[in-house]
Ligand binder design. Structure first.
Ligand SMILES: [Zn+2]
Length: 458
């Protein structure tokens, strides 16, 4: 069994290296001239893993440990390799493989996020992950309660929140219109200090641009004043970078940013606390993992990030019930060379694919998905009465603020194969509540503090 896995992985590896050095590169040369390659975090060195006999030896040693089922030792070795040469995919592949087999999905997803920082050859990983998750998902006995709050709005299988960081002009000129065409909302994390007194230039979008984005229903979030890494900096600098930036956004856009993203995804306990003073939704695993268990923040873009790669990530999100938060940067144009840009063509094809699979996907801003998950976590359902064709229940949340009064999707599954009709009434309320009948389940939108909901079906 294990040898089969090893063979499979070797096959994928060899195949994808061959593939990326010939086929993909050629077919993408219109968008990405060959002198462009993936860029690492320093924007400068192209994606070329440094080959060394030392690393090869370590990888081989790790593989032997896997064969011998010495998993802890194998993990240690692969982590070491990852540190020595972060652009070499072998260690990541093995770590993901190990974590998936140990059923440690969140850890596997973290590894996936890490490699996406260095390479856009995610096709290797997404193929592998899809295969693994298929093999791994043993049929769990479904013990579903009669009434529960859907993990995502309208009981969709996955949520996607597109994030564009730093606020480059090309995002406003080339990405936003694509989102508007498909009717999807995105989140833009901006650095007010990079915008040069709010004057528009070719590099950064202007306050006017962001006002327009908000008017069209998109979200603008805080990404610090000038993209400074805030972990470990002095108190007054932290205050300025976090709350100073907040003030600039309020002043110029007339609206407070609810969301915050750390530059370079780097935070510590103190900076998280500081951000929490005024912001509510933080793009940080320490915070996000508390509202939902399957969070996945891949970095999109780069030369090898084709529509097919994007497609396989969406498939993974649906299969694994993820809240996927694609982290994008600039849109590629001919003049400027930036860190892992996406192309306009990619966005068009990607959103088209998402539209085609809309029955499974909830696409919304970062803050709106966060809010739903946050309120869901705080809301309890208590069943008061169950009969053959009816149920009475109440919902209670300890969050009393109006901001948290958003409707949640409640699912009722009476155990029938086909529901013919249904009605929902709230005690002391004349008008019936709209209910959506979907084969064997009912969907109702209800605010978190609702008592005595009576649902009847036949
Ligand atoms: Zn950034």
């Amino acid at each position: 069994m294990l040898t089969l896995w090893i063979r499979k992985i070797l096959f994928i590896l060899v195949f994808s290296f061959l593939f990326s050095s010939t086929g993909i590169a050629d077919s993408l040369s219109d968008d990405f001239p060959l002198e462009y390659d993936d860029y690492d975090h320093n924007h400068s060195s192209p994606y070329v893993p440094q080959k060394s006999p030392e690393i090869d030896d370590l990888v081989a040693k790790g593989e032997v440990f896997v064969k011998q089922k010495k998993i802890a030792e194998a993990i240690e070795i692969f982590k070491m390799v990852k540190k020595m040469e972060p652009r070499d995919p072998h260690a990541y592949i093995w770590l993901m493989e190990i974590y998936m087999r140990m059923n440690e999905k969140p850890k596997a997803l973290r590894i996936f996020e890490e490699i996406s920082k260095y390479s856009s050859r995610l096709n290797i990983f997404s193929d592998l992950t899809l295969r693994i998750s298929k093999e791994m998902s043993e049929e769990k006995p479904e013990h579903e309660p009669l009434v529960y709050i859907a993990p995502f709005k309208d009981d969709k299988k996955a949520a996607i929140s597109f994030n564009f960081d730093d606020g480059p002009k090309t995002v406003y000129t080339h990405a936003l219109p694509v989102f508007d065409t498909y009717g999807y909302k995105a989140t833009f994390f901006i650095n007010p200090g990079l915008m040069g007194d709010g004057r528009a230039d070719d590099t950064w979008a202007s306050w006017q641009d962001w006002k327009d984005a908000i008017r069209k229903g998109h979200e603008v979030g805080n990404h610090t004043v000038n993209h400074r890494v805030v972990a470990g900096i002095a108190d007054e600098d932290l205050e300025k970078q976090v709350n100073g930036s907040y003030d600039m956004i309020v002043q110029n856009l007339g609206r407070a940013p609810f969301s915050f993203a750390f530059p370079m995804d780097t935070s510590d306990q103190k900076s998280v606390q500081k951000v929490m003073e005024r912001h509510f939704a933080l793009r940080d695993h320490a915070v996000l993992d508390q509202v939902y268990e399957n969070i996945f923040i891949p970095i999109y873009g780069g030369r090898f990030f084709t529509p097919l790669v994007g497609e396989s990530l969406v498939k993974l999100a649906i299969e694994e019930r993820l809240w996927m938060i694609p982290q994008c940067h600039a849109v590629k144009t001919n003049e400027v060379d930036t860190y892992k840009p996406v192309t306009e063509r990619f966005l068009k094809e990607h959103l088209k694919y998402i539209k085609q699979n809309e029955k499974d996907l909830w696409v919304d801003t970062f803050v709106d998905v966060f809010l739903y998950l946050f309120v869901r976590r705080s809301t309890r359902i208590e069943i008061q009465e169950t009969l053959e064709h009816s149920v009475v229940f109440s919902m209670t949340s300890h969050l009393k603020n109006d901001k948290f009064g958003i409707p949640l999707t409640v699912v009722i599954k009476p155990g029938l194969t086909k529901i013919k009709e249904a009605s929902v009434k709230i005690k002391d309320q004349e008008a019936p509540v709209p209910v959506q009948i979907e084969e064997n389940k009912l969907l109702v939108r209800l605010p978190p503090n609702t008592s005595q909901v009576r649902v009847e079906w036949r």
